[in-house]
Design a protein around this ligand. Structure first.
Ligand code: ADP
Ligand code: MG
Length: 251
């Protein structure tokens, strides 16, 4: 379980503090998916940077499975907005890297898992290509493959599909949820898309304007529902989300 307790983050550009986030407290159960949604600049990336260990200077406590969160001790997968693939390594080597970083010996069962996941995400034929030779959707699938290959304790994604066109995005979202249904990796992702939050978030966390605090947490009945727009419930829930996000602006 991921436990965030009274977390606050301030940045100090030119010694003038910017209070960017919090205080927020949140418990994320193992094998759950949390979607973070809120106005631009409310601190979504900041929160993900704390969880991934990029930001070490924060107030409050963050623990994963009972221990202070630490990317050197926990297996944490982080997919940043630009996908985070290494330009000088092929798709396959990028995928292997998630294992190498943790200095795990690569066994035949790892290789089987890599082959299986690459096949599921339709990137087997791209294994020897470099990231510059991939489309946005292909890069995203390679980044997702890499994260699942390392079987992380926690998977973090920062606006994972926002750079993709609508059709590619839908396909990538479906592939992601299929992978998640198989591995049930504890996941926290940010999005500015209400539809994405409703399709991919089992829980939806609505954040207020900067410094972001939690306004509401919704237990989402429409998680993994195909053709969302055909459901009345979807329109009700998205109107509610839109209202709460708007209210958050005024807090
Ligand atoms: N490196 C930084 N230095 C100073 N302020 C920052 C820095 N990064 C983000 N901020 C500020 O912190 C707030 C939260 O930013 P961010 O976490 O990127 O929001 P979001 O991802 O929700 O759009 C914003 O007001 C932003 O301007
Ligand atoms: Mg952001």
């Amino acid at each position: 379980m991921l436990e965030i307790d009274e977390l606050s983050v301030s940045y100090l550009p030119d010694k003038k503090a910017v209070h960017a986030l919090g205080p927020i407290s949140l418990k994320v159960d193992s094998s759950d998916i949390y979607a973070l949604i809120g106005p631009s600049g409310c601190g979504k990336s900041t929160l993900l940077h704390v969880l991934s260990g990029i930001i070490k200077d924060y107030q409050g406590q963050v623990t994963l499975n009972g221990k202070k969160i630490n990317p050197k001790k926990h297996d944490i997968g982080f997919i940043p907005q630009n996908f985070g693939l290494l330009a000088w390594k092929t798709v396959y080597k990028n995928c292997l890297l998630s294992l190498r970083i943790k200095e795990k010996a690569i066994t035949s069962s790892h290789i089987e898992r890599i082959d299986y996941i690459m096949d599921k995400l339709n990137i087997t034929s791209l294994r020897d290509r470099y990231p510059r030779e991939l489309s946005g959707g292909q890069k995203q699938r390679a980044a997702i493959a890499r994260s699942f290959i390392m079987s992380p304790d926690l998977l973090l994604m920062d606006e994972p599909f926002s750079a993709l066109d609508a059709l590619t995005r839908e396909e990538a979202q479906e592939l992601f949820v299929d992978m998640w249904n198989q591995y049930k990796t504890t996941t926290v992702f940010s999005t500015h898309s209400i539809e994405e939050a409703i399709y991919m978030g089992k829980k939806i966390v609505i954040m207020s304007h900067c410094p972001g605090t939690i306004v509401e947490i919704i237990d989402n009945p429409l998680f993994n529902t195909k053709n969302l727009r055909e459901h009345n419930e979807f329109h009700k829930l998205s109107a509610h989300l839109r209202n709460v996000v708007k209210k958050g602006w005024k807090l």
